[in-house]
Design a protein around this ligand. Sequence first.
Ligand code: ZN
Ligand code: ZN
Length: 377
Amino acid sequence: MASKIFHPISFIILIFILLAPICHANRSIPSAKNSSPFDFIKSLKGCHKGNNTKEIHELKSYLEKFGYLNYSNKTHATDDDFDDTMESAIKTYQKNFHIKPSGIIDDETISKMTAPRCGVPDIVDGTNYMQPRDNRHESSSSNIHIVSHYSFFQGNPKWTKTHLTYRFVPNYPTNAIPPVVSAFQKWDAATHFSFSQVPTNQFSDLVIGFFRGNHQDGAPFDGRGGTLAHAFAPTDGRFHYDADELWSVGPAPGYFHLETVAVHEIGHLLGLGHSSVNGAIMFPSIEAGQTKNLHPDDIEGIRVLYASRSEDHRFRLIIIFVVTGSRFLRDTVLGRLRSACHVFILVVDRTMNWDIVGSILKGPVQLYRVQLEPIDF
Ligand SMILES: [Zn+2]
Ligand SMILES: [Zn+2]
């Protein structure tokens, strides 16, 4: 009998209970029927251009929140007229979510719009980053033609270093740390980035925490359901979970998977916007109980965003031949180059003390060791 205490289901329930006091106020039994801030959209079924229904102004604010609408005349933003601008916004939304762009609020549109999602907009300043543009995301080989749908933030903000530190805000639930650590490891394994955790009271590039409602960053959360989390573009570094959601460490029906959402939000921290590829981690919405992993579309996005590092004012590659020379000269040269280069290739003789070189070049520098054999003349 005692062995049943450690049944996997018991373990998952235990984790929910541990998370519950911090991650959400009510321990209600999760249900797909729980109300969501997006549920009002269901009452707009069948609406199309020319309609005037009282919830339309709410849908306008939904579309504005995620970047699909931006009225220059603000009175139209709060009225209930389903006008041309709104029809155009609905069609754009439908294209992004692979729905026939009818401009009508049909069942499929309602299903997509009411799905829980990330709070980061899909469109910024009128640029729809979820659609391919200028063919610059297209690649082809002899008989394969691939169109990628990853996106970046306005102006392609990115990090100029490859090692990033992260910390959790004070009172962050300890059992919600491993899923985030694991999410960082996934990005670490798939990209040129590496990450390390620092204590709560130290400076870090990235900061992770749970917040609820209006938490003073211009992007208030909306209670249970609706928006689940958000993160800011480089080099802001903030990643917030909505504390009002039901979160779980392991996948479970009715609960949102902490690690999956973390992998998505870290994508934003690194500079990715939303992708229209359903299987991509950067797709904007996710169902309760769903788990996802990095997709080639996500990894390609990071590769392309950071491939243009040679445009930086810093050198990308420096080849140094250090064969002889005093230790002082060598250390001074390496120390200065350390802050100016992304990659070193050192060609050295056998007398090089690697401990010294390693201590000088530590940090966001990749060190390739090439040891030459002495040449006999
Ligand atoms: Zn997102
Ligand atoms: Zn926030």
